[in-house]
Design a binder for this molecule. Sequence first.
Ligand code: C2O
Ligand code: CU
Length: 461
Amino acid sequence: MREFTGAYPTEAHPTGQVRTFEIVAAESELPPLEGDRLRVWAYNSQVPGPTLRVRLGDTVHVHFVNHLPQPTTIHWHGVRLPNAMDGVPNLTQPPVMPGESFDYQFTPKDAGTFWFHPHVRSSEQVERGLYGVLIVEDPQPPPYAQDLLWVLDDWLLDEHGQIFPEFNTRHDLAHDGRWGRVITVNGHTAERLALRAGERVRLRIVDTANGRVFKPDFGALEVQIIAVDGLYLRQPIPYRGFEIAPGNRLDLDITAPSASSGTFVVTDRFYPPMPHALATVVIDGMSPPTPAFPSPARAHVPVWSEGLAVPVTKQFRLNARQGGPYGIEWTINDQAFRHDDGTHPAPDHDADVDRGDAHAGHAMPPPALTMRQGTFQRLQFVNESYRLHPIHLHGMFFRLLARNGVPVDEPFFRDTVLVHSRETIDIGLIPEDVGLWMMHCHILEHAEAGMMTTLRVQGTI
Ligand code: C2O
Ligand code: CU
């Protein structure tokens, strides 16, 4: 399993540049989606929040201030960083109380498209509008004519066009989380993608919805997938539809036809009986075609064809049952994670927990699995339910090895994989970063109602 070595860099090469950002979370008002002005919770008064753009090797410093009426944190989804910067309340830090602040500082180890969101009452806080994108550029960004971003979300609104104020309803919990009828791209319902004939662009897509999966149809456009969950593929593959589940990112290389103009609609076809318009593509005007260059790729993405010959390290059964604070709870191996709502201060250091676990004394259940850094692990997820579960691991990337026992070779890593109804999947990974990392369903209502646990990565002493 040495194949992993070099598959992604384990050392970033810091440039010494510190990029400082200030992020304030607070209540805010936006132009209406439907009805009245939309009251949201927002980072820096905007939804999506600010896009933080840095270069690989830069150090990100975020001075974060909480002016919300609830405790919160920021989790840096997909970013490999020191455990203490991961933003998990009572595990990696105390929750940031109203009026308080917290400084996040880390040097991303990977270039790519990442995002950030609260990890306290996420099903409410993300739904109210708290999310933003972190783009880590390559040291030499490929010369696309445009570097574009689509942040996808959906909104469940009440009759006044306000965010429907009940969260974690029985309906949401019994289904695939909270799905709303109003779909936005970059915060509005009329996104336009303006291309000139022959132009070649990069489009980064992020699914920030609580539960909705998107599968965009780009019609006749020439589209290649160049990155999934931030990281480049072994080689680009033609886009033929991709299920972008909550948490997932997809980077596309798009070339507009060189001799045409026109307008067409990009449509979400995840659920074919109900297609949704996502955006209008307008091809207009000639530009000198973008100079030819190879699509970016990652020199080494392991195959791990022998991964399925390795015994399963640990199986995780995903299911639901009656009970818990919401009436339905979602379980991993019959355990439902109980969230502390963060309104109680974290206790002082627990004498007998390891360094790095200083906030874990808080009724945090023991890790579901302890893995040794640098060793191959085969994890198996058995979905015993009929619902969707996009399973997300913090702090590490993995590869899909099989669906329902059938080997698959996706030429890329992931940090989130959609497990369909009654499906079994196998993933392979070699953890590199020491600490206690969350593993949970990224349907935020499922996570809130228990489908969450921790994995420990132990150093080789
Ligand atoms: Cu974006 Cu713990 O997740
Ligand atoms: Cu789920």
